[in-house]
Write a protein that binds this ligand. Structure first.
Ligand code: NAP
Ligand code: MG
Length: 454
């Protein structure tokens, strides 16, 4: 079934991609089962060497991958280059893992007890449209390094870079069938990853609603699952903070990737005694965000992913919405939406629901306890920022906010060498960093007696 892929900045068709059906998916899973058997039998150092070659192939292709992402997803060229580089970095990082997947030797009576980190088998990775390259790599790189095969479903809207990464893997010498990219519908290919018994784990990034459904589906086979879901993260600005820097960076913290970021700091909480001053400083920063042609190196924000998504985002800014100020966006073709700042109350849907667009809601708070209470008054818990010059407060609030990834006096993005994931309904499990390998292996315990008493 052919499917048109649209450039969200121009509304032009950039490619036509064939979508996989259930039979294609089953055939791919069968190939993956075979490929995984030979992959796990390869010497660990050889697996590492092939992953390094894959990383080198990505490195040599960064410009092509980045241009492809600009035309498919409307990401700014600077961001897209960073995303392609991130794939290389994640592959390099996990290329060191195959011959360092240590087990333990545990002291027991009458024998030797050792553990092995065994691969799961075939892992299904389901990727959303907001960061097609990095999110794919955060799944496939550690999964492959741990000895698994991967079937990967990109989002229907954004399959092009994933398809290219699959080609680069083959070109780099990864065995046929080890990493297969299967464009298709979530309800078809994604659903089949959940129901097929040979897929032993599903890694899903996307909406909380679909994540809940996947978790429920996996339960019937006790299938392993990692979920990275939505967010409504707080950017907490205390009265003692460097207000100039807090205001200058707040737009980047929420409008990067046009706000289509699960870590977007889409709620700004400002201490009441500096609220007016902060808003005065924020206004020029927001008006200054350069929105336009994503292939232009000076552009800071591109379009939204689709007309449907723009309509959803626009629904949070109805006539009469409490708009404090807005930036500019192009008119004409493309799914444009201007950076928008709302001065809301605590129960406004724009303050409580994930918008996934360039809309931020600002509210005042009274003291530290009030800030923590408001920050935690959400079902989400993915990320957040804390602005203060008081080190003790920075640590206290970091410990008190129920979220997986916090940054102090910055809006740190995801680092491949540190764990990433959410509290509460923002997810289950952690990706990246040294521990991600645990999520792609089973611990096996073996006892060997050394005396008759055992
Ligand atoms: P979504 O429906 O959760 O899609 C994410 C991925 O899951 C896509 O590859 C999708 O395939 C697939 N999928 C959909 N239904 C499935 C099913 N029943 N079984 C297995 N896989 C399935 O997200 P969306 O509709 O694109 O976006 C909706 C909202 O989700 C956004 O507005 C945002 O709030 C949130 N979101 C969060 C993140 C994040 O990073 N946490 C990412 C994207 C979206 P198709 O492409 O074919 O639908
Ligand atoms: Mg959906």
């Amino acid at each position: 079934m052919p499917h048109d892929v649209i450039n969200p900045a121009t509304e032009q068709v950039v490619a036509t991609v064939a979508l996989c059906d259930v039979e294609d998916t089953d055939a791919a899973i069968a190939r993956a089962v075979r490929a995984q058997r030979s992959w796990r039998a390869l010497a660990p150092a050889e697996r590492g060497r092939l992953l390094r070659r894959f990383a080198a192939a990505v490195d040599a292709d960064i410009e092509t991958l980045a241009r492809l992402e600009v035309s498919n997803s409307g990401h700014t060229i600077g961001n897209a280059r960073g995303e392609a580089s991130n794939v290389r970095d994640v592959l390099e990082y996990y290329a060191a893992a195959p011959d360092r997947l240590f087990g333990k030797q545990i002291p027991v009576a009458d024998g030797v007890n050792i553990t092995f980190q065994e691969p799961l088998g075939v892992v299904g990775v389901i990727v959303p449209w907001n960061f097609p390259m990095p999110i794919a790599a955060w799944g496939f790189a550690p999964a492959l390094a741990a000895g698994n095969a991967v079937v990967l479903k990109p989002a229907e809207l954004t399959p092009l870079t994933a398809i290219r990464l699959g080609e680069l893997a083959l070109r780099a010498g990864l065995p046929e069938g080890l990493l297969q990219v299967l464009p298709g519908r979530g309800s078809v290919v994604g659903e089949r990853f959940v129901t097929h018994p040979d897929v032993r784990k599903v890694v899903f990034t996307g909406s909380t609603a679909v994540g809940q459904r996947i978790m429920a589906g996996c339960a019937s086979q006790v299938k392993r699952v990692t979920l990275e879901l939505g967010g409504k993260s707080a950017n907490i600005v205390f009265g003692d903070a460097d207000l100039e820097r807090a205001a200058a960076t707040a737009p980047h913290g929420v409008f990067d990737n046009a706000g289509q970021d699960c870590c977007a700091r889409s709620r700004i909480l400002v201490q009441r005694n500096v609220y007016d001053r902060f808003m005065e400083l924020l206004e020029p920063a927001v008006r200054g965000v350069v929105v336009g042609d994503p292939s232009d190196a000076l552009t800071e924000m591109g379009p939204l992913i689709s007309a449907q998504h723009r309509a959803k985002v626009a629904g949070y800014v109805p006539d009469g919405a409490p708009v404090a100020f807005r930036g500019d966006a192009p008119t004409g073709d493309g799914f444009w939406f201007p950076p928008t700042v709302l001065a809301t109350g605590l129960t406004d849907p724009a303050f409580t629901e994930e918008i996934f667009g360039p809309v931020v809601a600002v509210v005042p708070f009274d003291d530290e306890a009030d800030a923590v209470r408001i920050a935690n008054d959400t079902e989400y818990g993915l990320s957040g920022s804390i602005w203060t010059r008081d080190v003790a407060r920075a640590l206290r609030v970091s410990r008190a906010v129920e979220a997986g990834n916090l940054s102090v006096n910055s809006h740190s993005s995801v680092r491949y060498n540190t764990p990433f994931g959410g509290f509460k309904q923002s997810g289950l499990g952690r990706e990246l960093g040294p521990d991600a390998l645990d999520a792609f292996t089973e611990t096996k315990n073996v006892f060997i007696p050394t005396s008759e008493g055992a």
